[in-house]
Design a protein around this ligand. Structure first.
Ligand SMILES: C[S@@+](CC[C@H](N)C(=O)[O-])C[C@H]1O[C@@H](n2cnc3c(N)ncnc32)[C@H](O)[C@@H]1O
Length: 488
């Protein structure tokens, strides 16, 4: 499996001009003290460089330049690469950098889970500080540091860096191909396959978005019916499996890496402005649960991980070992409806004081020690669901997709969502209700008023659920609910 936790993107050919390398990171990842010390030393070095430049002291300039680079590495780059608080995920920063690359000035970028390094060429009136501050305001979803590391570089260095990015791109493609060959089998039984796909009316010339590509079960049927499909998934293992399974339709399939919370930005960055339908089959795939090393299952020993996107910053172990007791209890209660949330949180905090909780079975045993087994369900079921939802911010991502999805659809386009538990279904039902009511009424109003959010009609008054035949073949489909709306 690829362990690549970085991405890079080389843009168009290097044209020459005034170039800067800008290293961005998220606010709070470095302490104010560290930043102040770095900036003070940096200012002093820059002043000495300016004086040396005036005197034409080339040797001193070169020495000071090397010192400046060394300082940046020591004060910024190294601490960032090991910083636990740096929470810039590849998905979020990837969407941003792809957006930046559509601006002509961005020639290439490189991403890590903590940082984005962007190579820009100034072409107009705008100075580098103004340009960088415009990026921060145009991406309010990322809390950028206010003092990025900006380095002026020569055209030759810029061209070299761009070439390095291009080489890294090629290497990661090669990794992907090798991984596809060696990837473990991906068995996921698609739920409500016919019903969900039929709702989007796939046909030749229609453009559909599968926001949860997974193993490609829904996408495959859309492709077989002639549609062009853009499939998003945040899990590289799912993308690899889908790419392999759907190779015969590669000319009409575009696979996009990222979180569907950024679907609109991700797709626009790839050149897709509007679509005829969007499907989201929310939740996890069977391989995510079945492979012990992903850390989702309390039944098999594995690292306490639960990240659908392995490059995401916070694993279940991070939450379990660092969250305050009250935060842990809230997570278990809100996302797992676990009535013993407080007792479990208390026990977790007691146990982690003795030794960090690092494996799935360790956590399952701690929960079982508070909550003896009753009936068929394992006592850790609800807590594991809660942690998984928190680790992947599943409800936040769903809300963001709901709020932005309609803007991607053409008039008459369909938005279909399959959910697997009541928290998700409630969010979908509420949102669909909000945008499909022509009017709203309040007791204090004399008459109903037009709903400013009215933008769609309900296609399914009641959710579509799995047939008896599907349930017999796949009991996991029991809790699935499909709801569909159509943009006016
Ligand atoms: C239930 S599976 C989809 C299965 C797929 N419909 C099929 O039939 O093969 C859900 C998939 O969505 C992905 N996923 C879940 N939340 C996501 C998010 N916020 N952004 C991107 N992908 C997500 C998961 O990684 C998983 O592969």
């Amino acid at each position: 499996m690829s362990k690549v936790a970085t991405e890079s993107h080389a843009g168009s050919a290097f044209p020459g001009g005034t170039c800067y390398k800008v290293l961005l990171w998220e606010e709070g990842a470095l302490s104010p003290g560290q930043l102040d010390a770095w900036q003070a030393t940096r200012r002093e070095l820059l002043a000495r460089m300016r004086d040396a430049g005036i005197k034409g002291a080339r040797g001193t300039l070169a020495k000071l330049g090397a010192e400046l680079r060394e300082l940046s590495t020591r004060a910024v780059i190294t601490p960032l690469s090991t910083c636990a608080q740096a929470s810039l995920s590849l998905t979020r920063v990837g969407a941003l950098a792809a957006k930046l690359q559509r601006e002509e000035q961005v020639l290439a970028y490189r991403l890590t889970p903590c940082t984005a390094t962007v190579l820009v060429e100034l072409t107009g009136e705008e100075g580098i500080d103004a340009l960088v501050s415009r990026w921060s305001t145009s991406t309010p979803e990322v809390q950028w540091c206010t003092s990025p590391l900006v380095e002026a570089i020569s055209p030759a260095e810029a061209a070299e860096w761009q070439e390095e990015c291009r080489a890294a791109d090629a290497e990661s493609d090669a990794d992907t191909e090798a991984d596809e060959e060696n990837a473990p089998a991906f068995h996921h039984v698609t739920v409500l396959r016919e019903e969900a796909v039929a709702a989007l009316q796939p046909a030749e010339g229609r453009v559909l978005v599968d926001a949860t590509l997974g193993g490609g079960g829904h996408t495959e049927l859309m492709l077989e019916r002639g549609a062009t499909v853009w499939g998003i998934d945040q899990d590289p293992a799912a993308r690899r499996a889908a790419r392999k399974r759907l190779a015969a339709h590669a000319d009409r399939l575009h696979i996009v890496a990222g979180n569907f919370r950024n679907a609109v930005e991700l797709l626009r960055a790839e050149g897709l402005e509007t679509a005829d339908g969007i499907l989201a089959d929310i939740g996890i795939s069977s391989p995510q649960v079945d492979q012990a090393e992903r850390g989702f299952s309390f039944l098999a020993e594995g690292p306490l991980d639960m990240r659908m996107n392995p490059a995401a910053p916070r694993s279940a172990a991070d939450i379990v070992n660092t969250a305050a007791e009250s935060e842990l209890a809230d997570i278990l209660w809100q996302y797992g409806e676990e009535r013993a949330s407080r007792a479990i949180a208390r026990r977790i905090v007691q146990e982690r004081a003795k030794a960090p909780i690092t494996t799935t079975t360790q956590l399952a045993d701690i929960i079982a020690s508070v909550l003896p087994r009753k009936g068929k369900q394992h006592p850790a079921t609800r807590s594991f669901q809660a942690l998984r939802i928190a680790v992947n911010d599943e409800l936040g991502a769903l809300d963001a997709l709901l709020e932005s999805g309609l803007s991607l659809l053409k008039s008459g386009g369909r938005f279909a969502i399959i959910t697997f538990h009541s928290l998700e279904d409630r969010a979908v039902k509420r949102y669909f209700d909000r945008v499909t009511r022509p009017e709203i009424d309040r007791p204090e109003w004399p008459a109903p008023r037009p709903n400013p959010e009215y933008a769609a009609r309900l296609v399914t008054r009641k959710p579509i659920v799995a047939s008896e035949a599907e349930l017999a073949a796949n009991p996991r489909a029991r809790s699935a609910k499909l709801r569909v709306i159509e943009k006016l």
